[in-house]
Write a protein that binds this ligand. Structure first.
Ligand SMILES: Nc1nc2c(ncn2[C@@H]2O[C@H](COP(=O)(O)O[C@H]3[C@@H](O)[C@H](n4cnc5c(=O)[nH]c(N)nc54)O[C@@H]3COP(=O)(O)O)[C@@H](O)[C@H]2O)c(=O)[nH]1
Length: 747
């Protein structure tokens, strides 16, 4: 009885052609059965669906060859694939005697992916089964980080599974019925066995003692045993069950099944001959034969579904790049930590972190480097935190940590200090050293709040404060921060609409040649006329715009407006002078920044030598090597480059030599007290000499008095700017000022 299905239930139904058809329709895959001459004998409807053919196709006599033509048309572009070669081979045969069993995967012209199986039938004939693997194939190709697609995949697998379950259940039932007629029709039974053997799911029948009576071919493939080795064993032989204690227990379980239900499902662990474990789903049905109770057990390998579900669970809670917890898991852990802290009278801390200088690394060296850097940061954070804490990546360069079970808050401040120093350690990626840092905000339960969402918000507010206070430091939340954070958020929102609402304008402050007092330049300074708050000074809104990224559109608007204005003045006949535009770090580090400058010049038709870009020392020092080509490109365009606020940063001669800059602007803090403070005077003197030794023009800003003018003239400073000449003025007033100045100068 090796591999055959035993008669299970007495029936009056005799196995006639209609039964075979019925059975074929119940199978989970498309089937075509051919006689010894490879002429189509029977088929099921799934064959029509999978091959996309109408029922009329079967009106004429069909042969195996016709099907192979449908599955793999002779086309040069498919001829190279293994499956196409296989089909070519099969097409050469004219009778079932020449054929051989096949099993391979193939992509249909329709895009469906199928598994093709061909088996020689016991007496004579051939059975071709086509299993639709499209959803499984799609699932194999899924990107790990595409959670959405994974969900779709699971849905597809589930639908596929449900369909298979239904079909398999039907098949089992039909097998039972048809098997009853074995004695009357051995021929049909053998055919049935062949068809059941073509099933992808394993099928065993067991007696009341849970001993295996029959098994189909899929059981062999699934477990690695031959049917002979399986038959006569307990069902437990195929399982590594943590549910069934022993054979007795299993028998009790079967006994206890609800007789009113037709089918029972259990998830179990399959146990292969080679010792490997794999998840299986058992669908158990009770049947009666000669007054004896027996069971059919359909065994489905659910490894794929199991893995997909596990992966989805993991992806739903973890960041795919770093493997850290994601926002969802962080929230879960925070909830748990708060519950535990409440019970045990402990404290909990929420820490928010935001990397400084990550964006330029990402922009300049690409996302691969950016990703590697983030992974290193994740490792460092994990090293700093304790085992019990949850380290999460919230997205981009934002991280968070939940500290649980704290006795006192100092543990967290100690860890914050450790993190600050650890993150600042240089990171080497592909022979390149990168320097990033982090700002940290912290809130505490129960001190700040008992509500998880509030604690998160407060840590975020504290983080903002840390950034405002100069970055690379940590701040602990206090309620004062809320008011300023709220105001800042409001400004952020309003700023995003400032351009379209026409609330921004530029004021211009003249720069004069020290020798002849002619106007050589005008610095464009942004002004924001807020509808409610009135005039908001740039030192208030520019840093916020930088923080929230709004500086990119605002900075672009400023550059375009200044270029247009300069050209307009030239067209009006004013003696030409440079228009100087402050460029923020975020703007400058844009990969297409030079293109943006070129576009502004093209659109305004301003010649490049009349545009000066003011950048700060910090901006260029942060990434010297990659900045040099950018500065060179700008310089080759003919645009002037000035280092703003010189003296307040690195003031390194070495970098100045390398950069194609044209001008140094001495910071106004040195000029203010230059007449009284010897140090300021000495620094100003040194900067002027340094600038000249490098062939640069030196500009002094913040010139407020005639004494300033005299002293700076004495020291050889080239250009002067400050309230002594004029405050920054709106366009019309600036025009009036310049006309009056020129009249005085040249009349
Ligand atoms: N990225 C951009 N930053 C900008 C832009 N416009 C302004 N800013 C930056 O905002 C800061 C404040 O600017 P503002 O209030 O306009 O102050 C400038 C001058 O008004 C002021 N100044 C000039 N002369 C004097 C003086 O004699 N005394 C005195 N007390 N202040 C004076 O100095 C500011 C110009 O500074 P700088 O840019 O360093 O040349 C300021 O940091 C601006 O950079 C913008 O469009 N984009």
């Amino acid at each position: 009885m090796n591999g055959e299905i035993l008669p299970i239930r007495k029936t009056t139904v005799a196995p006639v052609a209609g039964d075979i058809q019925f059975l074929l329709e119940g199978l989970p895959h498309a089937v075509a059965v051919f006689d010894g001459n490879l002429r189509l004998e029977s088929w099921n409807k799934k064959l029509l669906n999978i091959l996309d053919i109408p029922e009329s196709f079967f009106r004429e006599t069909r042969y195996l060859r016709d099907f192979l033509d449908l599955v793999s048309p002779d086309s040069p572009d498919t001829a190279d694939t293994v499956s196409s070669q296989m089909f070519q081979e099969m097409k050469r045969f004219t009778s079932a005697r020449d054929l051989f069993p096949v099993s391979f995967e193939h992509s249909l012209p329709s895009g469906r992916h199928i598994e093709v199986k061909g088996e020689i039938l016991p007496d004579t004939g051939y059975i071709l089964t086509l299993l639709d693997m499209t959803s499984r194939k799609k699932a194999e190709n899924l990107e790990q980080n595409d959670l959405q697609e994974m969900s779709t995949r699971l849905e597809e697998i589930n639908i596929h599974r449900q369909t298979m379950e239904k079909q398999a259940a039907d098949a089992v039932q039909m097998a039972e019925e048809l098997a009853l007629a074995q004695n009357e029709a051995q021929e049909s039974a053998r055919r049935i066995q062949a068809i059941l053997d073509a099933m992808a799911d394993g099928l065993v029948t067991i007696d009341e003692e849970a001993m295996i009576l029959t098994a189909n071919h899929a059981i062999e493939e699934m477990f690695g045993y031959t049917v002979d080795e399986v038959v006569g064993q307990s069902l437990l032989f195929l399982l590594n069950s943590t549910f069934f204690i022993d054979q007795e227990d299993m028998i009790d379980y079967f006994d206890s099944l609800d007789r009113n239900k037709t089918e029972f499902k259990r998830k179990e662990t399959g146990y292969r001959k080679n010792g490997a474990h794999f998840p299986v789903e058992l669908s158990i049905r009770e049947v009666h034969f000669n007054d004896q109770r027996q069971y059919t057990v359909l065994v489905r390998d659910i490894s794929e579904r199991f893995e997909a579900e596990a992966l989805i669970r993991k992806m739903a809670l973890h960041d795919s790049l770093t493997g850290l917890a994601n926002r969802n898991l962080l929230q879960q852990r925070l909830d748990e930590a708060l519950k535990m802290a409440k019970r045990l009278g402990k404290k909990v801390a929420v820490m928010f972190l935001d990397l400084d200088m990550f964006k330029p690394v990402n922009d300049l060296y690409g996302h691969t480097t950016g990703d590697r850097l983030l992974r290193i940061i994740a490792e460092r954070l994990t090293e700093c935190a304790r085992e019990v804490d949850t380290v999460a990546r919230l997205g981009g360069d934002e991280f968070a940590i939940v500290f649980t079970n704290l006795d006192d808050e100092t543990v967290v401040t100690r860890i914050a200090k450790r993190i600050l120093s650890k993150i600042q350690q240089p990171i080497e990626i592909e022979d390149k050293i990168h320097n990033v840092a982090t700002s940290i905000g912290i809130s505490f339960y129960p001190h700040d709040s008992r509500i998880p969402e509030e604690l998160i918000r407060m840590a975020d507010v504290a983080l903002y404060q840390a950034k405002d206070d100069g970055r690379r430091l940590y701040r602990i939340y206090d309620s004062q921060m809320d008011a300023s954070a709220k105001a800042e958020k409001e400004i952020e929102m309003d700023l995003s609409r400032a351009i379209e609402r026409n609330e921004l304008s530029l004021h211009y402050q003249p720069q004069l040649d020290t020798i002849d007092n002619s106007v050589v330049g005008a610095e464009a300074l942004a002004r924001w006329n807020h509808p409610v708050k009135g005039l908001v000074p740039p030192y208030q809104f520019i840093p916020i715009a930088e923080n929230c990224g709004e500086i990119i559109p605002i900075g672009q608007w400023i550059m375009e407006t200044a270029c247009r204005q300069a050209k307009e003045w030239q067209d009006k006949g004013l003696p030409p002078f440079r228009v100087c535009v402050n460029i923020s770090a975020k703007q400058f580090h844009l990969s297409d920044f030079t293109q943006r400058v070129e576009d502004a010049l093209t659109r305004s038709k301003l010649a490049p030598q009349w545009l000066e870009l003011e950048i700060t020392e910090g901006m260029v020092i942060a990434d010297k090597d990659s900045i040099i080509p950018k500065l060179e490109k700008l310089s080759s365009l003919g645009v002037n480059l000035a280092i703003d606020d010189f003296g307040t940063g690195y003031s390194s001669l070495a970098y100045l030599k390398k950069f194609s800059v044209h001008q140094l602007k001495i910071d106004q803090s040195f000029i203010r007290d230059i007449t009284e403070d010897h140090d300021d005077a000495a620094i100003t003197d040194a900067v002027i000499r340094l600038g000249h030794s490098l062939g640069l023009t030196v500009v002094a800003e913040g010139v407020e008095t005639e004494e300033h003018v005299q002293l700076l003239r004495q020291k050889g400073c080239d250009v002067l700017q400050g309230y002594h000449f004029s405050k920054p003025l709106p366009v019309e007033q600036f025009e009036d000022w310049i006309k009056a100045h020129n009249e005085r100068l040249y009349s």
